[in-house]
Design a protein around this ligand. Structure first.
Ligand code: G16
Length: 545
């Protein structure tokens, strides 16, 4: 039997998981014992993992393969009974959720820093998902952090690196290892939810054209299997579909700035009818029409409003949910359908309890995340398939589907301004300063805008009663406009400040106004109240969505 070794280590003080797991520069993770400590802290926080079964895989970024081998050795040394490893170390975040649920595993590690850049100078990340397939809730991530603060050793064993290139089953120590196809089970799940015959027909329609950009990240193999092999889309529909450790030098974040290849195609003359992209680990999506951007907050609302057209949801929806900064477009749909719409803090983990309790079917976030109760993660390709389904069923363009929705529900004109890599002290000062003034802002009038409520959002989970405080500063106006300010929990350099703006437009002739123009009074007011640009010496946001 292979000898289990106790390896001396030292506690690290910076391993508190953020919005979605632990994300740091690759160089931080490459420090001796750094990754190992987090993995051992996770095992300890779970009360030990003897005889448990887990999955592991990642988005293919730099350090993915080395990290996998470390985790496999540590899993064996900690008494895990079986580990399922995605072939080539690949496993998208939604596919990991699917696998954990389908094979009733006790959880899994996902190795990804999501949409953050990769490569030796880029970012790496790790998060643990629990037996429901969803990100560990705060009580677990906090326990991991507490464990990490006092950890002085971890368990491993001497075993050569294992071959991850082929499907195979073997043992490491007493642990069974199964290297499996990371795509098949997920593609099968999609085939259960969507009518693939309908979608294949759309792909053959001479008036239809489609472009999917995997941004050199994990969804490439999934897109190949689903769109090309199963739906018979031409191979030329796929862009950047080979996962690369550095994502081709790009920033695998599907937004108007970073998905530049796709944006160029979709905003050209004779653009395809439909375009979409997903991020590093495959949980985000961006949806575009011919010269048209679909705001993610609108996207989830439109999917929910039309869900009866999708095979998997034709019997109705249990409820809806959105994160607090996401626009209230979804609330209007919930009201129309006569179902609940929950408002949770930013972070997919907050949807988990509601999904497990059967209280909601579809949920989404402004940060390009949309999904349903089929998994416990957001799911980029699922959202793309929803849109393909709507296009096939409604026989309308993307632009017309969005306009039809706005005409019925009104338009929640929306934009997010990100200020990335801001000096951390300055960023905290800006937030703290506004926070101190919140109580005095209620009732203040700025031209036609009157603040009806000003607070720091907190969330009482209706299922387990847990309270999450300090989740973002909200200025809520009498006319339903909103300004939100919060610090991102996913950046790795300095701090990222996010400002969110929303205004409800019911006047049908004003629906197509440019969002930045329509929101200009709110954008100006935010600067007046925070002096954000002045204090950060920035003339404009890093990214505008
Ligand atoms: C993660 C979370 C999302 C969150 C997003 C942005 O997504 O899972 O719930 O909305 O980060 O968070 P923040 O505004 O704190 O940066 P991903 O795709 O990065 O895993």
């Amino acid at each position: 039997m292979t000898q289990i070794k106790t390896i001396a280590s030292k506690p690290f003080s910076d391993q508190r998981p953020g919005t979605s797991g632990l994300r740091k520069k690759v160089l931080v993770f490459q420090q001796p014992h750094y990754l190992e400590n987090f993995v051992q802290a996770t095992f300890n926080a779970l009360g030990g993992v003897k005889d448990k079964q887990i999955a592991v895989g990642g988005d293919g970024r730099f350090y993915n393969l080395e990290a996998l081998q470390i985790i496999i050795r540590m899993a064996a040394a900690n008494g895990i009974k079986k580990i399922m490893v995605g072939r080539n170390g690949i496993l998208s975040t939604p596919a990991a959720s699917c696998i954990i649920r389908k094979y009733k595993l006790d959880g899994g590690f996902i190795l990804s820093a999501s949409h953050n850049p990769g490569g030796p100078d880029g970012d790496f990340g790790i998060k643990f998902n629990t037996t429901n397939g969803g990100p560990a809730p705060e009580k677990v991530t906090e326990k991991i952090y507490q464990e990490s603060l006092s950890l002085t050793s971890y368990l491993s064993l001497d075993n050569p690196d294992i071959d991850l290139d082929h499907n195979a089953a073997f043992t490491v120590g007493d642990m069974q290892v199964e290297v499996f196809d990371p795509v098949g089970d997920y593609a099968d799940l999609m085939a259960e939810i969507f009518d693939f015959d309908l979608l294949a027909e759309l792909m053959q329609d001479p008036n239809f054209s489609f472009c999917f950009d995997a941004m050199h990240a994990v969804t490439g193999p999934y897109a190949d299997e689903i769109f090309v092999n199963r739906l018979k889309a031409p191979l030329s529909s796929l862009l950047n579909c080979t996962p690369k450790p550095d994502f081709g030098g790009g920033h695998p974040d599907p937004n108007l700035k970073y998905a530049a290849d796709l944006v160029k195609i979709m905003f050209a003359d004779k653009a395809p009818v439909f375009g979409a992209a997903s991020d590093g680990d495959g949980d985000r999506n961006m949806v575009l029409g011919d010269n048209f951007f679909v705001n993610p907050s609108d996207s989830v609302a439109i999917i929910a409003a039309n869900a009866h057209l999708i095979k998997g949801y034709k019997n109705g929806l249990k409820g809806l949910a959105r994160s607090m900064p996401t626009s209230c477009a979804l609330d209007a749909v919930a009201e129309d359908l006569g179902i609940d719409c929950f408002e949770t803090p930013t972070g997919w983990k907050f949807f988990g309890n509601l999904l497990d309790a059967g209280r909601l079917s579809i949920c989404g976030e402004e940060s390009f995340g949309t999904s349903s109760d089929h998994v416990r993660e957001k799911d980029g390709l699922w959202a793309v398939l929803c849109w393909l389904n709507l296009l096939a069923a409604k026989k309308m363009s993307v632009r017309d589907i969005v306009n039809e929705h706005w005409q019925k529900f009104g338009r929640n004109v929306y934009s997010r301004h990100d200020y990335e890599e801001v000096d951390s002290d300055i960023a905290h000062e800006i937030v703290d300063d506004l926070k101190k003034r919140l109580s005095k802002l209620k009732g203040c009038k700025f031209g036609p805008l009157e603040i009806a409520q000003a607070d720091d959002f907190s969330y009482l989970d209706p299922i387990d009663g847990s309270l999450s405080e300090n989740q973002g500063l909200r200025l809520l106006f009498k006319d339903s406009s909103r300004i939100i300010l919060r610090l991102s929990g996913t950046g790795t350099s300095g701090a990222t400040l996010r400002l969110y703006f929303e205004k409800v437009e019911k006047e049908s002739t004003q629906m197509n106004l440019d969002a930045q123009t329509a929101l200009a009074p709110l954008i100006e007011l935010a600067e007046k109240l925070t002096s954000l640009k002045k204090l950060t010496s920035r003339s404009e946001p890093t990214v505008i969505t």
